[in-house]
Design a protein around this ligand. Structure first.
Ligand code: N01
Length: 548
């Protein structure tokens, strides 16, 4: 990667060998909460983090316009009321610098930094079934041993640059959204190119367009995007929200996506007249936010005819915003129902294509053939560029775990076990891999929820499990193969009952050539999932085998 900000840290001799109660892999929102929870249990733990700072996703994704599309009053930890009362979010949606400032604040406030080993990438984890001990090795030479290993490796943490021929011959500079230089990039006077129009591309394109001499956007698949309607935090909204924080957090646990405040719709889109529907969609469009829009009716994600009404509404919005109707038609998605790929939120995305210095290039009809020293060569033209930003996404949900050589004794690696797609029980554990927990793993609601709610729910469950094991004198836990098979089947069945599999999305692994097409997150809803996890624990950890 160019301009990489990662450096493997030299290790002091005393730091090389670590004997711990638990090893945490990752120092993002998941890893930090894991450390906090483990410390509360009196356990000695350390987290290894590849970045030179904590924050995970929010440490690496520093591209222009990077911002969370969950409202800032929701997208924060709930575990400490003083924390949530005292922190002030300046805007409706948090920017990357603001969220990173918050995470740094949490790390300091709860004194977590002393247990995070930065600049250190975990390369291997091996479990010895005879002693029930995980040995974790890092690129810098650490050897850490502990009975438990907690993978807080993130769902979107393995950036992916497509395998374009000639990339290294490019005379300009190139970047990836998920490995963006710490000091930013000045595009002034440059001929810039952005490849990719997912959430990252949609956020950065309006800002790069304002700075660059000219911007070429290389679009393979048009994506639906709604206006975020971001703005300064409203003091009254903040005060009310804070007064109700505890109740709102509890209510969030009872929703499908871990966010309170959206009453479930009761009506099908097909029961409304066209005029009623348009009025409802218009109100949601003006309100901003994706959950609100997809919650206009109760069948937008399960009934294609219902979804068509919402998809067409947004396509017409695009046609009304973008002046050149040829460009508008290219931007109007027609190959997937709205919401089946991650719905983007933007500020002036479609408007940006009305600028004289922005050109949309359709690389579906004329694919990129190679990167040349001068720029990008497609099947029908050459584009001269000084800088390219790859907003080409991630090897999502399984990439970070598959990159680590995880094995048990002489058995297969996790990557081998997952060759046909990820297999987990509840997205929490994998059969054949005892004492290894995954925070927001594939098969859990994870990316289909407010991620921090999902992280806290997982780590709380893991903490309770470790407590229960200790109380019973148990040293080892792993899911049974049958429980795992049934859960994976259930995850697939639920997805098949929705429109999600109709899209070539990263949820399906479709963005990575050769990756198995399996729907990875659990879309049965957070509330039901949490009830299932709680019931499993209450029922003597049903589906898991514990042993001494
Ligand atoms: O990545 P993506 P992202 N030639 O995979 C294109 C979260 N997130 O970084 O669709 C040409 O969505 C690819 O085209 P196609 C959020 O969950 C959240 O944008 O595969 N193009 C697509 O357009 C999000 O979903 C926030 O045909 C190529 C793009 O690159 C997830 O992260 C902000 C190509 C990749 O889109 C990932 O988003 C940012 C090729 N060879 C991210 N290969 C917020 O909270 C890929 N593409 C707001």
């Amino acid at each position: 990667m160019p301009d990489a900000i990662e450096r493997e840290a030299p290790i002091a001799g005393s730091e090389r060998f670590l004997d711990l109660d638990a090893i945490v892999v990752g120092g993002g929102l998941g890893g930090l909460y894991a450390l906090h929870r483990l410390r509360k249990l009196g356990l000695k733990a350390r987290a290894f983090e590849a970045g030179s700072g904590v924050g995970g996703t929010w440490f690496w994704n520093r591209y222009p316009g990077a911002r969370c599309d969950v409202e800032s009053l929701e997208y924060s930890y709930a575990f400490d009321d003083d924390l949530q009362q005292e922190w002030h979010w300046p805007e409706r949606y948090g920017t990357q610098p603001e969220i990173l400032r918050y995470i740094d604040h949490v790390a300091d406030r709860f004194d977590l930094r002393r247990d995070v080993i930065l600049n250190t990438r975990v390369t291997a984890a091996e479990f010895d079934p005879a002693s029930n001990v995980w040995t974790v090795r890092t690129g810098g030479g650490h050897v850490a041993r502990a009975p438990f290993c907690i993978m807080a490796t993130g769902n979107l943490s393995t950036p992916r640059v497509p395998d374009f021929k000639g990339l290294n011959s490019f005379n300009g500079k190139w970047y990836h959204s998920g490995l963006y230089p710490r000091d930013g990039v000045d595009f002034s006077g440059l001929r810039a190119g952005v490849i990719g129009t997912g959430s990252s591309g949609v956020q950065m394109i309006p800002l790069i367009a304002r700075q660059a001499k000219h911007l070429h956007v290389f679009q393979r698949t048009a994506n639906f995007s709604l206006p975020a309607r971001n703005g300064p935090m409203d003091a009254e909204i903040e005060a009310t929200h804070k007064a109700e924080y505890t109740a709102r957090r509890a209510a969030a646990y009872e929703t499908p996506f871990g966010i309170a405040g959206f009453p479930p719709p009761v009506k099908s889109a097909l029961e409304a007249t066209p005029d009623e529907r348009d009025a409802a969609y218009e109100a949601k469009w003006n309100e901003g936010g994706s959950i609100s829009f997809l919650y206009a009716y109760n069948d937008l994600l399960v009934n294609k005819a219902a979804n068509d009404t919402a998809s067409e509404f947004v396509r017409n919005k695009i046609r009304s915003i973008v002046r050149d109707q040829n460009v508008a038609e290219l931007l109007a998605p027609k190959d997937h129902p709205i919401g089946t790929k991650r719905l983007c939120l933007d500020t002036n995305y479609y408007e940006t294509y009305n600028r004289d210095n922005v050109t949309l290039v359709d690389v579906r009809s004329a694919p990129i053939q190679e990167i040349t020293p001068a720029g990008v060569k497609t099947a029908d033209a050459d584009y001269e560029l000084d800088a390219i930003v790859f907003a080409t996404g991630f090897d999502a949900m399984t990439g970070a775990l598959r990159e680590i050589d995880i094995r048990v004794g002489n058995g297969p690696t996790l990557a081998e076990k997952w060759e046909g797609g990820p297999l987990t029980y509840l997205g929490l554990m994998v059969s054949g891999f005892p004492n290894m927990f995954i925070i927001t793993g594939p098969g859990s609601p994870s990316v289909k929820t407010q991620m921090i709610v999902a992280i806290e729910q997982h780590m709380d469950w893991i903490g309770d499990c470790l407590t229960a094991m200790k109380a019973r004198g148990m040293k080892r836990i792993e899911p049974g193969a049958e429980a795992e098979r049934d859960w994976v089947q259930h995850v697939n069945d639920v997805a098949d009952g929705t429109l999600y599999p109709l899209a070539n999305s990263w949820y399906m692994g479709a963005n990575i050539p050769g990756k198995p097409r399996v729907f990875m997150p659990y879309v049965g809803g957070f509330a039901g999932y949490k009830r299932k996890c709680d019931a499993v624990a209450a029922n003597n950890y049903e589906g898991f085998a514990m042993s001494r």
